[in-house]
Structures are given as C-alpha cells and as structure tokens.
Design a protein around this ligand. Sequence first.
Ligand SMILES: [Zn+2]
Ligand SMILES: [Zn+2]
Length: 121
Amino acid sequence: MGCARCGRRQSDPASGPSDWRRGVLHVQQVLVCPACAADGALDSLDRCAACGSTALVRRLGETTCRGCGAVDCAVEGEGYAEAPAGGRSALEADVAAALERVLRTGVERDGEAPPASRSQH
Ligand SMILES: [Zn+2]
Ligand SMILES: [Zn+2]
C-alpha cells in the first residue's frame, strides 16, 4: 500500500510504518507518508465526528476512532484532488463540470416555465 496522496511506496519496510500515518479515506484504510502528513494531508482524511481526530482505523467493517474509541461515527474527508496514479483526474473534472452545467441548465429551464394550471381557466 502506498501513500494515499502522492502514491509513494514505503521504501524500507524494515524501518517500520511508524513514520507513516494510518487513516481512513472514503471509508477505506489508507496510509499517508511522512512528507504528506507534514504537509497537512491528514486534514483531508475522514475524521471522527465526536472528537475531530483523523486517527481512524478500519477493522472488521467498522471505523474505529483511536482518539476517543467511537465506532462508525466518521465524517468523510474531502480527499485529494490529484489521484495517486495521476493523469485522468483533470479530464474527469472536465466531464463532471460539463455534466453539472447541463443538469443546472435543465433545472433553470424548469424554474422559468410558468405553472400552466391557472392560465387554462
Ligand atoms: Zn505522500
Ligand atoms: Zn473520536
């Protein structure tokens, strides 16, 4: 498993995952490398709704907070804009924006249409 933000792999497992921070992102157990953790990457992880900690662990289908022990009370974090593999995220954002524009236009058109029920009588 590599870093959830930059995709970097642990180069030396013997040195232990102690510098790597474990967390949960979109209800999945992830690791964050020390550099990203120092860069505020932990703020984008899922966090405990009870105490606000991002020190969460996925275990047996549950998210457990290591800060206060709360179970399944995590709020999904915003995650990272750039995918670890890179490449497709910009295109996907364009598609999503275009789709949203179409949907919003449809809603506005519905809103402009006057209600037909009163004009008939
Ligand atoms: Zn990283
Ligand atoms: Zn907590």
